[in-house]
Design a binder for this molecule. Structure first.
Ligand code: GLC
Length: 550
């Protein structure tokens, strides 16, 4: 019940700002829906399932999708190793399928954001094949080549992000006697963005997809594209690379990430995007220091949005999330817009991550509290496929592990119905399904008003119909018990209060007189009666959140 906010409330921002108030949904194409029966999801499969997302009476009601890479790739990193940026890998379909997907999505009012992987290519990309062949060929400086140290060791101490496979970010190319740099796998050589030709090539790639009608780009590792041209060593903190990330400050910035030139590259992308109407870029900026993160918005001339990984990685605590939100709100440059996400293809799913001692029932209750937060904060929310049904990580036995960095469990196929392979494929799914897929699936939850799907659909409907929730002001409500994160969202005379209990126990809350006359519109607990005036004294259960209309 929306309490007077009509479903056709006028959108307050013009269409070219759709990304500010829309909700985006990430699809990992290998795992959403398989159309051709080979066990791997594909573009036609996504088209088959678009009604789940938008355009129909039973749809979830999101505004856009972000597709992880579907380009030609040897799949050493499942598509994040691209061998042709302007074609579709046969496992996913064809360019004609992509064009159909854009048309079908747009017909339902869904925007399409595609993944751009500019930091590195596949080692099978013709550019790298040429570059590695000899020291004098024209594409030599499209990649980062350097001589060994006198003792034959790598040029410096930079480390690869995939340390399970190899620690050094350098691999020796025997033919030419030089090392090449790779922030990730040796099969993913880094491009040299100091080369104007590389910049031109990517400008062409952006235009190729913009001309095909895409609405935006998610830019892979946007903070890594430039690095110290002198190839100086990073300081040695005696820490593992993962730990190093947490310590980033101005003084300790590594030389292979967050190098100042990266901002010029992003300004170049922005110039290209701005020549088209209504297009956007969101960057994967894996920088956990928010003061450095917000620089990627530039002066409204770099990224439109930068993913906030420190929010995603916050521990399950009211204080932690409150601090993340307040810091982001405080540091963003004027006019810049926040964004939030709780799950993606690189991290354990929220349901599993928040499950105390692996208790998935509690994990699911907490995930609803997380969803209420995600979808009512001021900023663009990103949902990860399956999040709407409370999909958990799957259990991947050792002989089925395929990812280099242990991320398979979060990439399990979508669960559509209680059928073999959960309706995902008629073949053998490329990864094991989530264990409880026969219960936790879309078809079962469509019938059940108490389901996670019903909860998400209702929350998205409320959000869509409310200017305050989509674009209104944010203000923390202070003075409440420490396990409660609470805030207001206001626009004009419309106001909402969100109350989230992150604690292990029920909590009593005294509401000020200005909040006591609000009505409970939605609780994360489907058994909680809604519609009533909340009154001055309320009690939230453990793992419960409320959305209150004032
Ligand atoms: C990004 C992607 C991740 C990929 C890596 C290398 O972090 O999200 O999946 O492995 O870049 O491209």
């Amino acid at each position: 019940m929306t309490d007077g906010v009509g479903p056709d409330a006028r959108r307050p921002t013009p269409d070219h700002d759709w990304w500010r108030e829309g909700v985006l949904y990430q699809i990992y194409p290998r795992s959403f829906q398989d159309h051709d029966g080979d066990g791997v999801g594909d573009l036609r499969g996504i088209i088959d399932r678009l009604d789940h997302l938008a355009g129909g009476p039973e749809s979830l009601g999101v505004d856009g999708i972000w597709l992880s890479p579907f380009y030609r790739s040897p799949m050493a990193d499942f598509g994040y190793d691209v061998s042709d940026y302007c074609d579709v890998d046969p496992v996913f379909g064809t360019l004609a399928d992509f064009d159909d997907l854009v048309r079908e999505a747009h017909a339902r009012g869904l925007r399409i954001v595609v993944d751009l992987v500019p930091n590195h290519t596949s080692d099978q990309h013709p550019w790298f094949q040429e570059s590695r062949a000899d020291r004098t060929n024209p594409k030599r400086d499209w990649y980062v080549w350097a001589d060994p140290k006198p003792d034959g060791s790598p040029p410096n101490n930079w480390t690869s992000a995939f340390t399970r496979r190899q620690t050094s970010a350098w691999t020796l190319e025997p033919t030419t006697g030089q090392y090449y740099h790779h922030s990730f796998l040796p099969e993913q050589p880094d491009l040299n963005w100091w080369s104007p030709e590389v910049r031109d090539a990517f400008d062409g790639i952006l235009r190729f997809w913009l001309d095909r009608g895409v609405d935006g780009f998610r830019i892979d590792v946007a903070h890594r594209m430039a690095r110290d041209p002198a190839l100086g060593d990073n300081p040695d903190y005696g820490l593992a690379p993962d730990e190093l990330l947490r310590t980033w400050t101005d003084e300790t910035a590594p030389r292979d990430q967050d190098w100042p030139e990266v901002h010029a590259i992003l300004r170049g992308f922005r110039t290209t995007l701005d020549a088209y109407d209504g297009r956007m870029a969101i960057g994967e900026v894996f920088i956990l220091d928010p003061a450095r993160l917000v620089r990627y918005y530039g002066d409204d001339d770099e990224l439109h949005l930068a993913f906030n990984f420190s929010f995603l990685r916050a521990p399950w605590s009211a204080a932690a999330f409150r601090a993340e939100v307040e810091t982001f709100e405080r540091l963003l440059p004027p006019g810049a817009w926040p964004d939030y996400t709780l799950s993606n293809h690189d991290n354990p799913r929220a349901v599993s991550r928040y499950a105390p001692d692996g208790d998935l029932q509690r994990g699911r209750r907490r995930a609803r509290v997380g969803a209420l937060m995600l979808l009512t904060l001021r900023g663009t929310p990103f949902l990860y496929y399956g999040e709407e049904i409370g999909l958990a990580d799957s259990v991947v036995p050792a002989d089925r592990v395929v990812d280099v960095a242990g991320r398979d469990p979060a990439r399990a196929p979508m669960a559509w119905e209680a059928a073999p392979a959960a309706g995902f494929t008629t073949g053998d799914p490329w990864l094991p399904l989530s264990a409880d897929h026969s219960i936790v699936n879309v078809a079962a939850q469509r019938q059940d008003p108490r389901s996670s799907l019903a909860f998400h659909r209702e929350l998205l409907r409320l959000r869509r119909s409310s200017p305050a929730l989509r674009g209104g002001r944010y203000a923390t409500i202070g003075g409440l018990p420490e396990d409660v994160f609470a805030y207001r969202r206001d626009a004009g005379s419309e106001g909402w209060v969100v109350l989230l209990n992150f604690g292990e126990a029920a909590v009593d809350i005294e509401l000020g007189p200005d909040l006591a006359d609000g009505r409970l519109v939605l609780s994360t607990d489907p058994d909680r009666p809604t519609g009533r005036v909340v009154g001055p004294r309320i009690s939230l259960d453990a793992d419960e959140g409320w959305l209150v209309r004032r």
